[in-house]
Each structure stands twice: as structure tokens, then as C-alpha cells.
Design a protein around this ligand. Structure first.
Ligand SMILES: [Zn+2]
Length: 455
């Protein structure tokens, strides 16, 4: 890169990085450029807008068709300078981050009532919680499939609302993380109709708070600052690799553009963007176009909740609104948004093509990917919105062993990304999209009815 820049004629400075000569380097180069140039990309921020414009430019330069930035309004949420301090038995600041989508309201100083598990908090009578700051200190178990997170994410999404209903003055939870460092993990929670302070604290701080609470009364002060910071515009970026048969049902592949304020959104979800964009580019660069079109969607506003009619996943919901008539012409959707691990499994809906699972298994034989049919395959969240609208989902499962070391925290940066895993993801997505897009057309008995997206 440096040598190429030095070799450019003086004054002929090109804003675009040189295209990597080797296909396997497309994704690492994209991810490095995205994270280094734009950093964190909170939905509706200037960095989010600039990254979308840059990515649209890259998709055009790669030769994709119908590249467009589809903007939509959102309310921006900001963590401000909200903070958590222990006031008694002695003063100290905890490493904490406010939960996304809540307005923290005025300063709250109150005694802590601590619970080892979320279930214990839910079972507690309102009398024991009223006027207190609830601390839920349950640790996230590390699992290769991320099942611990899927089970406990309710602590973050529903915990503040449950605490508010019991009359609590505030809510803190142990970050949904598998590391043991002083890093706090962001994440969205269900919007509440009134201000309510809620924070995630780092695992070491959660353990310290738990030890303090066993010795005697603990008082916390929750400093305000988090809340809506104004109207903004965010966007989906869409593109198409046209197939040979424009009437054939298309395949939709996606990732999401926005990130939390911490880190640079390298694994969540720069990794997914790099993987699917590089795979679609690899198919574009083949001598023959695929039989079916491939639609690429980079969703905006995946991470944030919104008050009002778009409670969450506003980008996916917006996509459905704008493209409702085309959805019936998409017979499969998939999204890459599960961190930076290698792909270990593929779950396939029943597409009425009995040989497809065998062709996929053969194509992926060298990548250690377990292929199976699973009609109930779901997620990631944007893809679930498409599924709720009636589009069948294919799921590529990634090894999530390390996902919750960097998820939504300040370590979600490029240096943490395993580039060999990214290259493996690109190879797998390329093979999967090729086999899906080239699969033979089977007569469809009747048009698939479309449903409205769920809440
Ligand atoms: Zn994500």
C-alpha cells in the first residue's frame, strides 16, 4: 500500500485504496479501511453516513448494479457522560456504560439490592426492590454456540423495565461478557415511557459490588447523561448482482452497518460486511453470472432501539416497507452478524430441492461446516424481521467462543479480528451463495404469501 502510494504521480492522489490483487485480501482490506477510516459508526452519526457513502462507492467500483443509499430518519441516542459511583461504604467509580435507548433522568442515589441471578431478581417481591438500585450480577457462561447470551440477553433487554415495574430507582447488570477485564458492554434495551437509569458494569466491578454487598449496605449514585440527542438520518445500502434469469427468485444476503460507540465495530459487524461483500464480489468476478440475482443489503440501525413505531431493527423494517413487492421474489435470505469466528454450521430451510444439502455439504467439505436442514432456523435479528415477513432464512453458524470477549465493548477493534477466520467466512459465503444462486429453478406451486413484519 505504501509503495503504491509512493509510486503515484505527484498531485494524482486517489481517495480510493488500490484494489487488492488477490481475491482473498478483498475482505481484510475492506474491514481495515472501514474501521480505520470511520471508526465507531453509531446509527445516524456522521461516521455512519460517511461509511455508508464510502461502501456504496466500493460496491459500484466492484461492478455491482442498482447500488443505492436508502436513507430514513431516526432519533439518535447518546450515552452522554452518564456514570456509576459507589458512594458508601467508600467512594469509587465503576467502569459502566448506560444501556442503549433509555433516558437516564436526574441523578439517583440509593441503596443497592443485589441478586446473583436474573431469576432471583424476577422472583423478588416488589417491597424488597422499591426505591433501591437493583444489581443483577449473573455471569455470562462462555459457549461455542453463544447459547448463554441468547438465554441471558433478556437481563439487558427486559431487566430495566422489570425493575421499573417493581418501583426500583435504577438498574445495573453485569456486562454480558466472557472476559474478566474492566470493560463495560453496551446494548439496547426495551424503551421505557419514562426516564430510568440503567447501566452495564464491567465483570470485575460486578464481582466487587457483589463482595461489598455481602459485607453491608452499599449506596450507588447513577449520574445522568444518556438519552435522545436529536433527529438524524441513517440508511440501508443496497446493491444487486444480476442473475442470468431476472425472473428467477433471488437470494438476499446481508450484514449491518452501524455499531456501538465503543470500539470500531470491527467484529460487529464490520466482519459481516467484509465477508458478504467480498463473497458477492467474488461471484461477480466469475466469467459467468449466477442463474439467480443476489441482493446485497447492508442494514442501518440494527443496534439501536427507537421510541414510537420502530422499536428496533429499523433498517430491516424500512427495507420491507420500501421493497415489499419484491420480497415475494426473494426465496431465501441470510445475514452475517455473529462476530468474527469461523463458520462451523449451515442450517437450511426446506426449499424443495432434495439434493441441495448434499451439494452444499460437498462444496463445504474442506471447511468443516456441518450442513443440516432446519425449518426453524432464525436470526440474526435483521434476518428475523425478513423471516417474520415471510422470507425463508438460511443461517450460517459461527464459532462464538470468543464473541463475547469483544461484543459491544471497547475491544471490538481491528487488532482483535482473526483474519484467517474472515478469509474462511468469505470462502464459505462464496460457495454457499454460488450454490444457492445457481441451483436449478423448480416449478413453484403457488406464490408464497407474505406476512407483515412482527413487532
Ligand atoms: Zn451486530
Amino acid at each position: 500500500m505504501l509503495a503504491l502510494l509512493l509510486a503515484s504521480p505527484a498531485g494524482a492522489r486517489d481517495e480510493r485504496p488500490p484494489a487488492p490483487a488477490v481475491a482473498s485480501e478483498v475482505a481484510p482490506a475492506l474491514l481495515a479501511e472501514l474501521t480505520t477510516r470511520f471508526g465507531a459508526r453509531p446509527a445516524g452519526s456522521p461516521a455512519d453516513r460517511a461509511a455508508a457513502a464510502w461502501l456504496a462507492g466500493r460496491l459500484r467500483a466492484f461492478g455491482l448494479s442498482h447500488v443505492a443509499i436508502e436513507s430514513f430518519p431516526i432519533l439518535r441516542w447518546s450515552p452522554g457522560d452518564a456514570a456509576v459511583d459507589v458512594i458508601a461504604p467508600e467512594r469509587r467509580r465503576l467502569v459502566a456504560t448506560p444501556l442503549g435507548g433509555l433516558v437516564s433522568g436526574p441523578t439517583v442515589t440509593a441503596r443497592v439490592v443485589a441478586y446473583d441471578t436474573y431469576a432471583a431478581f424476577l422472583a423478588a417481591p416488589a417491597d424488597s426492590v422499591r426505591g433501591r438500585i437493583v444489581a443483577v450480577l449473573e455471569a455470562l457462561p462462555g459457549t461455542a454456540d453463544g447459547a448463554g447470551y441468547l438465554r441471558l440477553v433478556v437481563m439487558r433487554s427486559e431487566g430495566p423495565a422489570a425493575a421499573a415495574r417493581k418501583g426500583a430507582a435504577g438498574f445495573v447488570l453485569r456486562s454480558l461478557a466472557t472476559h474478566h477485564e474492566r470493560l463495560a458492554s453496551s446494548g439496547a434495551t426495551k424503551p421505557l415511557a419514562r426516564p430510568f437509569p440503567a447501566f452495564a458494569i464491567s465483570p470485575p466491578d460486578a464481582e466487587e459490588l457483589g463482595r461489598l454487598a455481602t459485607k453491608g449496605p452499599v449506596t450507588l449514585r447513577l449520574r445522568p447523561g444518556a438519552g435522545w440527542s436529536g433527529r438524524a438520518v441513517t440508511q440501508n445500502v443496497v446493491a444487486t448482482l444480476p442473475g442470468r434469469d431476472p425472473t428467477a427468485p433471488a437470494v438476499l444476503v446481508s450484514a449491518h452497518l452501524d455499531s456501538w460507540e465503543q470500539g470500531t465495530g470491527a467484529s460487529d459487524d464490520g466482519f459481516g460486511i467484509a465477508a458478504v461483500v467480498a463473497a458477492v464480489k467474488a461471484l461477480h468476478d466469475r466469467p459467468h453470472r449466477p442463474l439467480r440475482s443476489i441482493r446485497l443489503v447492508l442494514f442501518g440501525a440494527e443496534e439501536v432501539t427507537q421510541p414510537g413505531s420502530y422499536p428496533n431493527f429499523a433498517g430491516a423494517r424500512r427495507y420491507i416497507e420500501l421493497h415489499r413487492r419484491e420480497l415475494a421474489g426473494i426465496d431465501l435470505a441470510a445475514e452475517s452478524d455473529w462476530g468474527g469466528g469461523r463458520i462451523v454450521g449451515l442450517r437450511l430451510p426446506d426449499l424443495g430441492d432434495p439434493g441441495l444439502d448434499r451439494r452444499l455439504a460437498a462444496g463445504l467439505a474442506s471447511e468443516n461446516v456441518l450442513v443440516r436442514t432446519d425449518r426453524s432456523a432464525s436470526g440474526p435479528p435483521d434476518a428475523d424481521v425478513l423471516k417474520a415477513a415471510g422470507v425463508p432464512l438460511l443461517r450460517l453458524d459461527q464459532d462464538a467462543t470468543l464473541l463475547f470477549d469483544t461484543h459491544h465493548n471497547a475491544r471490538d477493534t481491528l487488532d482483535q479480528v482473526d483474519m484467517s477466520a474472515l478469509r474462511q467466512n468469505v470462502r464459505v459465503w462464496t460457495t454457499v451463495l454460488r450454490l444457492l444462486a445457481d441451483r436449478p429453478l423448480t416449478p413453484s406451486p403457488s406464490p408464497r404469501p407474505l406476512r407483515r413484519a412482527g413487532p
